[in-house]
Design a protein. Structure first.
Length: 227
């Protein structure tokens, strides 16, 4: 049953992405000030939305583990966080590509970029911590603490563009976040891409859940054999 669900979600993601790419690349005109590079927004911003939301979801799963002591929730938290970290990396890379074309540099140390990098490093540390600790319950508890700290930073990343309106981030992003309007022809593909990346995230979490479960079973057998 799980394999069928994964296959269905994968097909839906691939079909939606292909259809949306056709609309974005062939159906939309170039932007007056940014030329063709503005299309990277359709992956840059949805990746940030999926990544930051995933960090928060992972924190919730960690909290459920602390309440129930059921390692299933820790496994789900770790899988969600790892996939979210990938989307955060996509956000950083696509932002650098956009910045190189618009600013002439690959990186600028403004508040939004720096806070997103710090957020990525925190959750990269989360994964490193999990690799360094063998005892499952200790690993789960410490991971939950890092997840909470990192999610607070993720919330800061989301809000910083409103707190520092003069930062170098594109003006239309702030306008859109604060209730501004953009042309529906430009807006609709954006939300379709958010949905496509969400489908991809679910599939990847399901794959990582299976891998993590197998790893936990192997660890249990190894400890039993040593005992």
């Amino acid at each position: 049953m799980r394999n069928r669900i994964m296959l269905l979600l994968t097909v839906a993601f691939a079909a939606l992405l292909a259809w949306n790419l056709k609309n974005i690349l062939l159906g939309l005109p170039d932007e007056a000030r940014q030329d063709a590079v503005y299309r990277i927004l359709y992956f840059h911003a949805p990746a940030a939305m999926v990544g930051l939301t995933g960090f928060g979801v992972g924190m919730v799963f960690s909290g459920i583990y602390l309440a129930t002591k059921n390692l299933y929730w820790d496994t789900l938290a770790a899988s969600t966080t790892e996939v979210s970290l990938m989307f955060a990396a996509i956000n950083l890379v696509t932002g650098s590509i956009w910045g190189r074309q618009q600013w002439g540099v690959w990186w600028a140390w403004d508040a939004r970029l720096t806070s997103m990098l710090v957020c990525w490093l925190i959750f990269a540390g989360y994964l490193m911590l999990r690799r360094a600790i063998d005892e499952p319950d200790t690993r789960a508890r410490l991971s939950a603490v890092v997840s909470l700290f990192g999610t607070v930073n993720a919330w800061f990343v989301y809000k910083v563009i409103e707190w520092f309106p003069r930062l170098q981030h594109p003006g239309p992003v702030l306008s859109f976040r604060t209730g501004g309007k953009i042309d529906r022809a430009l807006e609709t593909p954006f939300y379709w891409n958010v949905l496509a990346l969400c489908l991809l995230a679910v599939v990847l979490v399901m794959i990582r859940m299976r891998q993590e479960s197998l790893t936990r079973e192997i660890d249990s057998l190894r400890r039993l054999a040593h005992a």
